[in-house]
Design a binder for this molecule. Sequence first.
Ligand SMILES: Nc1ncnc2c1ncn2[C@@H]1O[C@H](COP(=O)(O)OP(=O)(O)OP(=O)(O)O)[C@@H](O)[C@H]1O
Ligand SMILES: [Mg+2]
Length: 258
Amino acid sequence: MQKQNTITLSEAGRKAIEARAIAFELKKKKQKERAAKQFISKLEQHSGVPLRYRELKLADYILDTKESKIVYSRVKNYIKKFEELKQIGCSLVFCGRPGTGKTHLACSLANELIQTGERVLYTTVYKAISEVKATYSKESEKTEAEVIKAFQEPALLILDEVGVQFGSEVEKMIFYQIINGRYESILPTLIISNLNNKNLSAFIGERTMDRLRECGGAVLAFEWESFRAKNRRIKNRNNSESALKQFVKHNIDPFETP
Ligand SMILES: Nc1ncnc2c1ncn2[C@@H]1O[C@H](COP(=O)(O)OP(=O)(O)OP(=O)(O)O)[C@@H](O)[C@H]1O
Ligand SMILES: [Mg+2]
């Protein structure tokens, strides 16, 4: 009978191999985490979200009216279901008076989606149109079609300040091309405007509005007092209260003429 050549590992040798395997897995996990972090940071850098709104999360939105709570929960739901909603190109429209937190909530939405690895681009209509118009110059390295196509790359495009007068029919056409390009590629777009629903429809045209509302795209009305105005009022009240405290503390009659 032939003698078999078997190698038996000592307990210490087996443990050493196990430890090496664990260390290797840990290293791989850390590398993956680092790559994911770098990817998210790149998405943040290219999101176009203005500095003022860059750190905002959904939880930073103060809910002090019944209407704002409803809008907030629709946005929260949109984020939660984005994976599904993006497949059908479900868009959103935020409209309402200045200072009601439209840009704030839209950027919070962008920041939250970016954390899940989604590519989001925030820009104003003015900037988007200017980018397209810059291709009309002879020196431009990009064509109009290339720039419009680039607006189809993000999973969500946020176009702010819609409703500030278009300069010309050409500008109106560029805007339509951007929206329509995304619509044709089944990609969602978030439009933000100071105009109300009816005036926004008239301004951007029924065809564009129809595209945004298709597949359940909601128009969310920000109909409450301006946050900026409210802040100013609270600040003024606090200032006068603190001035009054000073008068009392120093026993001064503010109406006494010196
Ligand atoms: N619900 C809120 N909670 C906390 N901060 C808010 C809220 N709403 C607005 N703000 C703050 O108020 C300021 C104005 O908000 P924002 O810029 O989003 O308004 P807007 O609706 O986009 O106005 P405009 O139409 O003039 O662009 C910002 O500093 C924003 O962070
Ligand atoms: Mg705004």
